[in-house]
Design a protein. Structure first.
Length: 287
């Protein structure tokens, strides 16, 4: 049976993968919608995208895309299915790793299940160059586990006081407890473009004063009726209404990511992601 070291060596031998977390301090800010549309837009730019629904206790991605999984990540943890066997194909050819309601958090996985994660990714044979990890909201252990393991972190905010304060809390915890120093901010559901920049500057003033972090602004996604319709239709707006203002903004976001504004593709990739996941759990088990 493949051990952890062998699994990581096999993953490292794969082509470089850009690993991006899409996260938020609170729910209701449209995080999953941004993750889904970012994945589809990148796929439209000829990227091979794997979208991982890392909200293990409450599946959202498959619902947003109107997909109906027969198997999910729970069956990978149990050994009943491989990661490749549970993958769903979404719009523009993206692949989706579906979550499942009622699955225990990553923090409670047993050592053999941790090894199963490495084995699952090391046995993946489909070519991917971009992994998007849609985390749950907040600062619980599973969010920190997944987010800190990614190369780049996109923090989604909206024009609500609790969104800003909770986003700051998430950045603070990831910085002080996990050593993360680089974040990218996306302002969602704004009424005017300048509003997104103003929201970013609000959180920037606080992080500059109290934290040792680099905060970048990736852009703002406007609120429009087409986006609302697409959500109701369980279809990405970049596919259903590509000329809408929200779709144009989301495509610009994908272009920024694709051009390397977020980061380069040679910072560790998939092996970095999985190794950080396992190391985090190993430390927790020792406490």
């Amino acid at each position: 049976m493949m051990n952890q070291a062998e699994g990581l060596q096999q993953i490292a031998a794969h082509a470089p993968v850009n690993v991006i977390a899409v996260t938020s301090g609170k729910g209701g800010v449209g995080k999953t919608n941004i993750a889904v549309n970012l994945a589809v837009s990148l796929a439209n730019r000829q990227r091979a995208v794997l979208l991982f629904d890392a909200d293990l206790g409450l599946a959202n991605v498959d619902i947003a895309l109107g997909l109906k999984p027969q198997y999910d990540i729970r069956h990978v943890f149990s050994g009943e299915r491989t990661l490749e066997e549970i993958l769903l194909e979404g719009p523009s050819g993206i692949r989706v790793v579906p979550a499942s309601s009622g699955v225990s958090s990553m923090a409670s996985l047993l050592p053999q299940q941790q090894a199963g994660i490495i084995r699952a990714f090391s046995e993946l044979t489909i070519p991917i160059d971009t992994l998007i990890v849609d985390t749950s909201a907040g600062i619980d252990s599973s969010v920190l586990t997944f987010t800190r393991a990614c190369q780049e972190i996109l923090v989604v905010i909206c024009d609500e006081p609790t969104s800003i304060t909770d986003a700051y809390a998430l950045i603070k915890v990831l910085n002080r407890e996990c050593g993360v120093k680089r974040f990218q901010v996306v302002a969602n559901m704004v009424d005017r473009a300048i509003q997104g920049r103003q929201l970013f500057e609000k959180i920037l003033r606080v992080t500059d004063r109290f934290l040792d972090v680099q905060l970048g602004f990736l852009g703002a996604i406007p609120r429009d009726d087409y986006l609302r319709r697409a959500v109701q239709q369980q279809t990405p707006v970049v596919q259903a209404y590509p000329r809408s203002q929200s779709a144009i903004a989301l495509n610009k976001l994908a272009a920024a990511v694709d051009k390397g504004i977020v980061g380069s593709r040679d910072l560790g990739g998939l092996s970095f992601f999985v190794e950080r996941l396992v190391n985090h759990h190993s430390m927790e088990l020792e406490i």
